[in-house]
Design a protein. Structure first.
Length: 648
């Protein structure tokens, strides 16, 4: 696991920009605290910081060169099945000087070019420079576990694992107003856009090949989907596709079990201490249970909150740990402990990102890193197998029936009752209100509405400079939104909704959160559910294998039932929540009213309309805050980021 960055100068005049690689490498030290390296040649500069996981010797240092010196690679991530291909490389007559996965990958590229990506089972962002052909090859893993950002102007191209690296290299910081508008809806910014107009995120499963000698920037088709006519695939070497499989439900369970066990086994390879997150939910419990079958004395980790029983899952985590015989550690914290990490988490966020559970992931990663360098997690199962409340609600609307209709008829009642995420009754009312609103929407609009916290009208009201006032801006916003919703059709099934989540929620929210907060603590997190063999199988299953009227993630719950305590099957799903509303009335209140959302700061900043901010804060402190908690948190994160990055 590492951090990478690079610069390609388009002319002799712009070669002076290569010196900025020194600034970039300093920003990546937490991603790679064990070593750093810089390589420069002609118009190219690469850097890498190393978190040593496989072959921790100096032979695994990067930037890494082939024996001839023609090729140079920087690689962030893991190539789990590299040992399967090591002999293939040796049989081709190449000599390997290390035991690292990076070196095997470099030679696979030398042998097969971009087609080598088809062999890689892992997660990564990488760049390879061919000195002879004067090309740079850049790629990102299939699911988007590892990020890669790209800036380009007339003089140079820069890329990096983190926005803070691009900022350190001196990119212009011009806010993309449509990205900000979208952020206010979702609390994150979907790829390929970023908060800055001139910075894009390389999409999952995509590669670029840049011809440095001519200054021509091209995105080349990998040809793996040569029979596919859809223009959206021309930049892809991999995309999740729906298919169908003819297996009985019992055989589906067996195949899922076997694929997951193989995936976990692949992710146990490490030359440093390894453990597993264990929240007490089904997903992390499945991963820990499978890992315990192949690891002696597996270390597992969870956090609990002494003073917030609504958010505490440690009882269930302890039950799983006892059943699988893991060496379990509970980090029992107060919300004061969590709050004490607030600034450290916010300081690491280099683009507005307001999933509040990032604070939990930060403190879990911080404590876990004191024991191990690698941790397994259960991320991805909810998106693939239908684990969220919104999935159950969507299915209920599609199936119809009197119960759903009655909820819709009672919408005036729900609107009158207190709605809050911080109590079971208030949260249920909030959910019923959103459900009743969703009944009136198309499938696409309902998906978009349920993906976020604010309507376009609410977001427009918050902004002083209105976003959707011109035809061009409306077209651009609609185009971005339509691209996200393109997979959902009025006659489609639930798998389309799950596939949309895999493209939107998973890489842009869930994986971004884990990458940022784990890397802030120099911890590598591996996600067995996101092995592409598991993902491809998941999207060959009919929707009824995943969720029905009786429950969500049906096949996951059934396939691994024998490994887990029965108590896990009688509990409701618990989110990885943070007690924000309590903080907004206590520790964070002065930050809101006297600082980040104060009239003075808002007026001087000239981005938001203060009267609308005041109306939102009035709702926050009412007896029916609803989703204002998440919306205010999104504003706080943006303001904190803006002050840290735009006022310098």
């Amino acid at each position: 696991m590492c951090g990478i960055a690079g610069i390609i100068a388009f002319s002799q005049k712009s070669n002076s920009s290569l010196d900025k690689i020194e600034d970039a490498v300093r920003t990546l030290n937490k991603r790679g605290p064990d070593a750093k390296g810089i390589y420069k040649h002609n118009s190219i500069a690469f850097c890498q910081t190393r978190l040593a996981i496989i072959d921790t010797s100096d032979a695994g240092l990067q930037p890494m060169h082939d024996e001839s010196g023609r090729y140079t690679i920087i690689f962030n991530g893991e190539f789990f099945n590299f040992k399967e291909h090591r002999q293939f490389v040796l049989d081709k007559g190449y000599k390997l000087k290390s035991e690292s996965d990076t070196e095997v990958l470099l030679y696979l590229y030398i042998i097969e070019g971009e087609k080598c990506l088809k062999r890689v089972n892992g997660f990564f962002a990488l760049a390879i420079y061919d000195k002879q052909e004067q090309t740079v090859f850049i790629a990102r893993d299939r699911m988007g576990v590892k990020p890669l950002l790209i800036y380009k102007d007339d003089e140079k191209l820069m890329f990096a694992s983190e926005m803070k690296s691009l900022i350190a290299m001196g990119i212009p910081k011009e806010i993309d107003e449509i990205s900000l508008f979208t952020y206010l809806q979702l609390n994150y910014i979907p790829a390929p856009q970023s908060i800055f107009k001139n910075v894009s995120k390389l999409l999952p499963g995509t590669y670029l090949k840049f011809f440095a000698s001519s200054g021509k920037f091209t995105i080349q088709d990998s040809k793996y989907d040569a029979d596919e006519e859809s223009p959206e695939l021309t930049e892809k070497y991999y995309e999740i596709k729906q298919s169908s499989i003819e297996l009985s439900y019992a055989d589906q369970q067996k195949k899922l079990f076997d694929l997951m066990e193989s995936s976990v086994q692949r992710r146990l390879i490490s030359d440093v201490p390894l453990g597993s997150f264990l929240s007490g939910g089904i997903d992390s419990s499945v991963i820990a249970a499978l890992a315990s079958r192949h690891t002696n004395h597996l270390k597992t980790f969870s956090i609990g909150f002494k003073d917030e029983p609504l958010f505490d899952e440690t009882r269930y985590a302890n039950l799983v740990a006892k059943k699988i015989g893991s060496d379990h550690t509970v980090f029992s914290l107060t919300t004061d402990d969590l709050f004490a990490n607030l600034h450290a988490a916010l300081d690491y966020i280099d683009e507005p990102f307001a999933d509040s559970s990032a604070l939990n992931v930060h403190i879990l990663s911080q404590h876990t890193r004191r024991h191990v360098t690698v941790a397994l997690s259960g991320d991805g199962a909810d998106e693939m197998f239908g684990g969220y409340n919104k999935h159950a609600a969507e299915l209920k609307i599609r199936e119809g029936g009197m119960a759903g209709s009655l909820v819709g008829m009672l919408q005036p009642v729900w609107n009158m009752l207190p709605q809050s995420r911080n109590s079971k009754a208030g949260n249920k009312i909030r959910q019923l209100s959103k459900f009743s609103q969703g009944l009136k929407q198309s499938k696409k609009e309902r998906y978009w509405s349920w993906a976020g916290y604010s309507s376009p009208l609410d977001c427009e009201a918050l902004l002083k400079k209105k976003t959707l006032t011109s035809f061009d801006r409306i077209v651009e916003y609609s185009g971005r939104k339509d691209e996200i919703l393109r997979l959902i059709h009025e006659d489609g099934d639930m798998n389309e909704v799950l596939l949309a989540d895999m493209n939107l929620v998973l890489p842009n929210d869930m994986l971004m959160k884990v990458d940022l907060m784990s890397m802030a603590n120099s911890l590598e997190v591996r996600t067995p559910f996101l092995d592409y063999t598991v993902v491809d199988f998941a999207f060959s299953l009919p929707e009824e294998s995943k969720l029905d009227a009786h429950g969500r993630k049906k096949i996951v719950r059934d396939a691994f039932r024998n490994l887990l305590p029965e108590e896990l099957y009688s509990r409701s799903k618990q989110g990885f929540e943070v007690p924000l509303l309590k903080w907004f009335s206590t520790e964070l209140k002065s930050m809101i009213t006297d600082d980040l959302l104060s009239e003075k700061f808002i007026s001087s900043q000239n981005i938001f309309d203060y009267p609308e901010i005041k109306k939102l804060l009035d709702q926050l402190y009412s007896n029916s805050p609803g989703d204002s908690v998440a919306r205010v948190w999104g504003l706080i994160v943006f303001q904190y980021w803006w002050r840290s990055n735009m006022q310098k």
